[in-house]
Ligand binder design. Structure first.
Ligand SMILES: Nc1ncnc2c1ncn2[C@@H]1O[C@H](COP(=O)(O)OP(=O)(O)OP(=O)(O)O)[C@@H](O)[C@H]1O
Ligand SMILES: [Mg+2]
Length: 363
């Protein structure tokens, strides 16, 4: 496995204070035969938080939840909940409930079994059969069921995957509401990054059975620890380069892909000559017809030609080919309404960004 997947980067380890850990997962490994589904996962979950697990398909999210719930036994490592070792505790004796990824309700069962329907605003639907409910309503009933036993820890595996975008957003806020009212600790699996950022006070990004980074949505987006995380969350322009000057408050990077030097005004722990990757988010780049004025704080500027424009309503995405041949992605909000002549395809433009807008990654 390559170095970029290495876990436990300095900013990513779980809180060390045992008092703050409600769930403590330590060096957890789960193998299915030879296949390693969870690879030495260590993670602390705080009491009363919504923690979102994010990661690609097959990265181990469901396996981690199932192991927490006791449906899978770890190959190695331990799980403590409120300080109690769960190794010998069967699923039904754990203070945990799980809302499964496929939220099948039994077709013969009435909805009314649940006492929590009011909480999920499904109070009038008690007599319905599951097939008489919409997908979104069924998911809310499934949530009510999961809450009935008043678990201290609720594990939700893709709880909103069946909902359309609007209902999904609405239900995300409902979920936060319910979680705050009941004071339950939530661990929510999703592969939708916007959902993770809306719901989660903290996120854990998984990759190949490992935790790549843990942090607040802002930490993960603005200060990704690795190329994998930078690329997985949001869009990013990434350039490989070599450090030519390393000062305490910033670096200068010679960058072939950019055909110029990059200045990054951020503390980076790297040495001269090291190979690094500079990541710049598309919304942090300015696009202009004129060369940017130095006074405007544009430490970095390159010329290019607009190849594609995608109008998204609230913003537009520009694909700009710079002189080295590389294509950069830039997003601009559509704040003006036809006041200025918009930049068009094939126009020559300048791209510029501030030295503090880029992140330098060493793995
Ligand atoms: N019982 C099992 N036997 C063998 N392999 C398994 C078993 N359960 C899961 N796996 C494998 O472990 C890996 C992780 O699976 P898991 O279900 O945890 O992924 P996931 O992150 O939840 O993915 P998705 O987003 O697709 O739901 C996958 O490669 C899967 O095929
Ligand atoms: Mg899954």
């Amino acid at each position: 496995m390559s170095a970029i997947l290495k876990m436990n980067a300095p900013t990513t380890t779980a809180a060390a204070d045992p008092a703050s850990a409600y769930v403590r997962i330590a060096n957890l490994t789960k193998k299915f035969g030879d296949f390693v589904a969870l690879d030495n996962v260590s993670l602390d979950i705080r009491r009363g938080e919504i923690f979102c697990l994010l990661g690609g398909s097959g990265s181990g999210k469901t396996t981690l939840l199932r192991t927490l719930a006791g449906f899978e036994s770890p190959t190695a490592g331990t799980i403590h909940i409120e300080g109690a070792d769960m190794s010998a505790i069967p699923p039904y004796e754990r203070p945990v409930n799980m809302m499964f990824q496929s939220y099948a309700l039994f077709p013969h069962m009435n909805v009314e079994k649940s006492e929590m329907l009011d909480i999920v605003k499904m109070g009038g639907f008690g007599a319905r059969k599951p097939h008489q409910l919409s997908g979104g309503q069924r998911q809310r009933v499934a949530l009510a069921r999961a809450l009935v036993k008043r678990p201290k820890l609720l594990l939700l595996d893709e709880p909103l995957a069946a909902l359309d975008k609007k209902l999904r957003e609405h239900t995300q806020f409902e979920l936060i509401n319910i979680q705050q009212r009941l004071g339950v600790t939530f661990i929510v699996v999703t592969h939708d990054q916007e959902e993770a950022m809306t719901l989660g006070q903290r996120l854990g990004v998984m990759n190949h059975g490992r935790i790549a980074q843990v942090g607040s949505p802002c930490d993960i987006y603005e200060s990704p620890a690795t190329r994998f995380v930078a690329d997985f969350i949001g869009s990013v322009n990434m350039f490989e380069g070599r450090v030519s000057e390393a000062e305490p408050d910033g670096v200068r990077i010679e960058c072939g892909e950019l055909a110029c030097a990059l200045r990054v005004q951020r503390a980076v722990s790297c040495t001269r000559g090291a190979t690094v990757w500079t990541a710049i988010r598309p919304e942090k780049i300015n696009i202009s017809r004129q060369p940017p004025a130095q006074a405007a704080g544009a430490d970095n500027a390159v010329r290019g030609t607009v190849r594609e424009i995608a109008y998204m309503g609230d913003l537009s995405i520009y694909l700009v080919q710079i002189e080295s041949g590389k294509v950069m992605r830039v997003t601009l909000p559509n704040t003006t309404r036809g006041a200025e002549r918009p930049i068009a395809r094939q126009e020559s433009v300048w791209l510029s960004w501030h030295g503090s807008s880029a992140v330098v990654l060493t793995e």
